[in-house]
Design a protein around this ligand. Structure first.
Ligand code: NAD
Length: 282
């Protein structure tokens, strides 16, 4: 069994980006600038936003974090986004999700200029993925594809099974696997007899948000497992994935750990998207 070291693979990507960014002041007069907006004090969001700032620092990308109070009105947030859209010194805008319930996530995403949409969630970029036209790729699915590439797994002609059909992970990664010529099955809460489907997988991507739901009996020997889940282990309270690592790992040919698998790749791909937005604007 090969442990897919997302930390090392993402570190290599960030190093390459840092080397590229270091050439920008001479070429373009400045470095890329990512603005992250956080509304409220959701503890997970506080950690994610901090990690994004750290990654910017590692890559030489300028970072501004704007923290707005929980009771910020939707209009005030949209106004903030519009002013960042208009600010020429800003290359990428990310509003950390989830936003408080009184704010429409869709309206926030729609308001971010598509050219600065480093998350790849804007309808223009979503359509670009599905129509194979130029677009910004969503970070977590892009990171998953990079992990597969880094360990030399070509999805071509393989049976790929994805658990979860969210807009940010399951659905786009299924499309990316399809574009990489895998035969893809997308599973969700209404899937009948999930284990019989997952046992067919040569590549299994799990993004359900259910701690340790994939157990050894649900996979076939030699499967490549990508665990996107970031859950709390109900027994220990520690961070764990959607895959019961201890029982599944011995059967897998390769598997991501949680933490240290998909998570760091998501952030590295966000850095890559920021650089791409910067370059597209120059
Ligand atoms: P979501 O709740 O939006 O979607 C979950 C999907 O899983 C749904 O489509 C649902 O139908 C499916 N699902 C849930 N339980 C299921 C079950 N028992 N059987 C079959 N399908 C089931 O979640 P999301 O935003 O896609 O996130 C999924 C997980 O990935 C979460 O744990 C989240 O924290 C994590 N995540 C991690 C990263 C990262 O960078 N590592 C990024 C995004 C999300």
């Amino acid at each position: 069994m090969k442990l897919i070291d997302g930390k090392a693979i993402s570190a290599a990507l960030k190093e390459a980006l840092a080397a590229q960014v270091a050439t920008f002041p001479d070429k373009y007069g400045r470095v890329p600038h990512l603005v992250v907006v956080r509304v409220g004090e959701d503890p997970a969001s506080v950690v994610y936003v901090r990690n994004k700032a750290k990654a910017c620092e590692a890559c030489g990308i300028r970072n501004t974090t704007i923290v707005l109070p929980e009771d910020t009105s939707e209009e005030a947030l949209l106004e903030q986004v519009r002013s960042l859209n208009a600010d020429d010194s800003v290359d990428g805008i990310l509003v950390q999700l989830p936003v408080p319930k009184h704010i429409s996530e869709a309206r926030v995403i729609d308001t971010i200029a598509k050219e600065k949409d480093v998350d790849g969630f804007h309808p223009y970029n979503v359509a670009g993925l599905w129509q194979k036209t130029p677009h910004m790729s969503p970070c977590t699915p892009a990171g998953i594809m990079k992990l597969l590439e880094a360990i030399g797994v070509d999805p071509k002609s393989k049976r790929a099974v994805v658990i979860g059909r969210s807009n940010i992970v399951g659905l786009p990664v299924a499309k990316m696997l399809l574009d990489a010529n895998a035969t893809v099955t997308l599973c969700h809460t209404r899937t009948v007899d999930l284990p019989s489907v997952t046992r067919q997988a040569e590549i299994l991507v799990v993004a359900a948000g259910r701690a340790k739901m994939v157990t050894a009996d649900m996979v076939s020997p030699g499967v490549v497992v990508i665990d996107v889940g970031m859950d709390r282990d109900p027994d220990t309270g520690k961070l764990c994935g959607d895959v019961d690592f201890d029982s599944v790992a011995p059967k897998a040919s390769a598997i991501t750990p949680v933490p240290g698998g998909v998570g760091p790749m998501t952030i590295a791909c966000l850095m890559e998207n920021t650089v791409q937005c910067f370059l597209a604007r120059h």
